[in-house]
Design a binder for this molecule. Structure first.
Ligand SMILES: *Cc1c(COP(=O)(O)O)cnc(C)c1O
Length: 355
């Protein structure tokens, strides 16, 4: 067991916070005063420290740079109106982190290093949690292989780190989405369900081509037929059709199982929707529903992006356009989720982890 005292803490002498404002922040550009760093060597975790945020010195042969044993998480901390700091569902991210680690043949990070390390780090930098609407402290735990060996095999050494970024909204306006049919994000047996670095590098060409056509992101489809929709960028996707909500199922391992997806399913059920989350979603069904006037809302869910409205979905030459100003469901979901996160309403699900 790691007790707080086993984490060596070295604090900055002056906070950078004095030189900057936490208003109107971009996403993921500024970092707090401290970071957590731990090393895996000889089969155990050691050198667990919280220290001033600083560059790393790495060998050019560092394995992760060459073969991509690298995974991460995205979590957010919020302040309630009384100024108490909370982290949203960190245990769920902890579980997913080690699922990603297993898939990438990396060691599990023990719960006490991940959770107690995160709790202490956020506590030390809690003055960096913004209080402005749609702002939060983004927590980025990550791990990568560090063997200085150019050989394709699981590394013997790893680094686990956590950095913190005070941050504003990821996307702040409704998005235009291109349904991708040429490139594939994930196939059964692959790494789609893992938050592994390579998934994002591999997605960028499709996103660039979609941007060149005037779209913000792609909606990925299955690898075989390009007919069953998967997810968007770093968001899971929901469709309101008639009086039901649909989100693609996870058992094929081709979709990242979002914590926000899970929270949204719970809240939508509380709002009275039947949520279908155990079936695939075929593009033809979406088009049929749209033609029948029954596809009411389309939105993405994710920690970084929260709930993002989709104003246009394009499949081949068929364009589905929406007047998001008239929507009631996604905005209500977003409000309920934010009220829990910002401590404005009771947390009946045990989602908020107090610092
Ligand atoms: C992180 C991520 C999501 C959203 O997961 P959350 O836990 O809700 O933040 C969805 N899709 C992909 C590909 C992701 O990387």
């Amino acid at each position: 067991m790691i007790a707080a005292m086993d984490i060596n803490v070295q604090k900055v002498s002056t906070s950078k916070l004095n030189t900057m404002s936490l208003e109107n922040l971009p996403f993921g550009k500024y970092y707090t005063d401290h970071m957590l760093e731990a090393d895996y060597e000889d089969g155990e975790w050691k050198n667990i420290e919280i220290k001033p945020y600083q560059p790393l010195l790495l060998e050019p042969s560092t394995a992760a740079i060459h073969y991509g044993q690298a995974i991460f998480e995205g979590i957010k901390a919020y302040k309630d109106p009384a100024g108490n700091a909370f982290i949203f569902r960190p245990h769920d991210n902890y579980k997913r982190f080690n699922l990603s680690a297993e898939r990438m043949q990396m060691p599990a990070v023990p719960e006490d290093i991940f959770m107690e390390g995160m709790r202490m780090l956020v506590d030390i930098d809690k003055n960096w949690i913004p209080s402005q609407e749609d702002h939060s402290l983004y927590i980025r735990p990550f791990m990568f292989s560090t063997d200085p060996v150019i050989g394709v095999k699981p590394s013997e050494k790893y680094k686990f780190m956590i950095i913190l970024s005070p941050t504003g909204p990821y996307y702040n306006k409704p998005m235009r989405i291109y349904v991708e049919e040429k490139y594939t994000r994930a196939a059964p047996g692959g790494i789609g369900y893992a938050k592994a670095a390579g998934n994002y590098g591999a997605s960028m060409l499709a996103t660039t081509e979609a941007k060149n056509k005037g779209y913000d992101q792609v909606l990925w489809t299955d690898a075989f037929e390009h007919k069953y929709v998967q997810e968007i960028g770093t968001m899971n996707v929901f469709f309101i059709i008639g009086d039901k909500a649909y989100t693609p199922e996870l058992t094929l391992g081709t979709i990242l199982g979002g914590v926000t997806r899970d929270s949204s399913i719970t809240i939508l059920r509380e709002m009275g929707f039947e949520v279908i989350d155990t079936e695939r979603v075929h593009i033809d069904n979406l088009i049929e529903a749209h033609k029948a006037g029954a596809l009411f809302e389309v939105f993405g869910t994710g920690t970084a992006a929260t709930i993002t409205l989709i104003q246009e979905l394009r499949y081949k030459d068929y364009v589905m356009e929406f007047d998001t100003n008239k929507w009631r469901i996604a905005p209500e979901l977003k409000k309920r989720l934010n009220d829990i996160r910002y401590g404005k309403t009771a947390d009946n699900h045990g989602w908020m982890y107090k610092i």
